[in-house]
Design a protein around this ligand. Structure first.
Ligand SMILES: *Cc1c(COP(=O)(O)O)cnc(C)c1O
Length: 371
């Protein structure tokens, strides 16, 4: 059993991925080859966004948008306290200040009430509220209707961190269409993964898309040796684009299979295991199936002895990490993020997970837990 079984997917795809890679080896356009434009068109079409600008990773996708928006010193960018380091790291890298917001105990996503309190902190510190980066943690879109309203009132932009939620939707609207821009990742273990690093920005904003295309090639103007802004080398490799094109052919079916796996876990697990809550009208991409349990570390060790793969995303709230501990936060603190860091456990989750394996996981959990 694997936490994420990439070999099962590879078998399913037959030789299609290998053949797609061979075609790139033959045509030799390893950087910005034809597959890159092709996958961008498919990604935009899939999400219902006007533009998809591919890039080298999910982290670069976030960074490129902040660079394009000219965010920097004196700007406050609001980020959840319970997320992967990249969300806040890019903010600090451009010289802006990440302000940590607490999350909801049900969905693990940014708490709009906490965002409201954190906005006051930024104003007191004479920071300009520039943007908020809601994260669609474990694959469930954040509460964009509430967050977009708060952001509009504060004059802030919304950058969705959809690294874990490609394919998810809320109210029939797919990830990629929330906020002013969406950053996603194709790291192998994400819902749509390549065989290395990759990412993309989705947006309806033509000017933003043009600036992103320039920034990812050293701020190029008419060509590579015309540098009109300070950029980075942030392109998606052609080979990775070719791999993504093949994986997209089965992505819809995989998403459906993930729903079945999640539903089966929900049937198999009961108190004191708290299964994830999916809000009404939301279809999650199920990057991870994350439960909350008492005495997590002891239970996790027991599962380990049964050779059941698990992971703890995340063992520490981000604002308690040494790199970020000086940064401002909601004045009432981030107690939910802290509580979750002690209670969460992610179970095996991928489209090819067998019923019998899920039953084994559930049984091992029941045995390990106090009743
Ligand atoms: C994976 C991830 C990222 C970064 O994506 P990379 O492709 O690994 O750079 C950013 N934010 C979140 C929430 C992630 O899970």
């Amino acid at each position: 059993m694997e936490l994420v079984d990439l070999q099962a997917q590879r078998q399913r795809l037959g030789g299609a991925v290998e053949e797609a890679i061979a075609r790139v080896l033959d045509h030799g356009r390893f950087v910005m080859g034809p597959e890159v434009a092709e996958v961008e068109a498919r990604l935009a079409e899939y999400c219902g966004a006007r533009y998809a600008v591919s890039c080298a990773s999910g982290t670069d996708a976030l960074l490129l948008v902040l660079l394009a928006w000219d965010v920097g010193r004196g700007d406050a960018i609001f980020v959840p306290a319970f997320t992967f380091a990249a969300t806040a790291e890019v903010v600090a890298l451009v010289g802006a200040t990440p302000v940590f917001v607490d999350v909801l105990p049900t969905t693990f996503n940014l708490d709009p009430d906490s965002l409201h309190r954190a906005l006051a902190v930024a104003n007191d510190a004479s920071l300009r509220p520039a943007a908020v980066i809601p994260v669609d943690l474990f694959g469930q879109p954040a509460d964009y209707p509430a967050i977009e309203k708060l952001a509009a009132d504060a004059g802030m932009l919304v950058l969705a961190d959809a690294a874990q939620s490609f394919g998810a939707s809320r109210g029939g609207v797919r990830t990629g269409c929330f906020g002013a821009a969406t950053a996603t990742s194709f790291f192998p273990a994400k819902p749509l993964g390549c065989y290395g690093d990759g990412g993309a920005v989705l947006t309806d904003d033509a000017d933003l898309a043009a600036i992103l295309r320039s920034l990812r090639v050293h701020g190029q103007g008419v060509d590579k040796y015309d540098n009109v802004r300070v950029g980075i080398n942030g392109r998606l490799d052609t080979i990775q684009a070719a791999i993504l094109l093949q994986k997209l052919t089965v992505f819809e079916e995989e998403l459906a299979a993930r729903q079945e796996v999640a539903a089966r876990y929900a049937r198999l697990l009961r108190h004191p295991v708290e299964v994830p809550v999916v809000e009404d009208g939301v279809v999650a991409a199920w990057a991870h199936y994350t439960v909350q349990i008492p005495d997590r570390d002891r239970v996790n060790a027991a599962l380990d002895r049964e050779a059941i793969p698990t992971a703890v995303y995340y063992p520490r709230a981000l604002n308690r990490q040494p790199a970020f501990s000086d940064m401002p936060a909601d004045p009432e603190g981030t107690p939910v993020a802290r509580m979750l860091s002690k209670r969460v456990l992610s179970l095996p989750m991928h489209p090819y997970l067998q019923d019998s394996d899920q039953e084994r996981v559930a049984e091992a959990l029941v045995t390990a837990l106090p009743s």
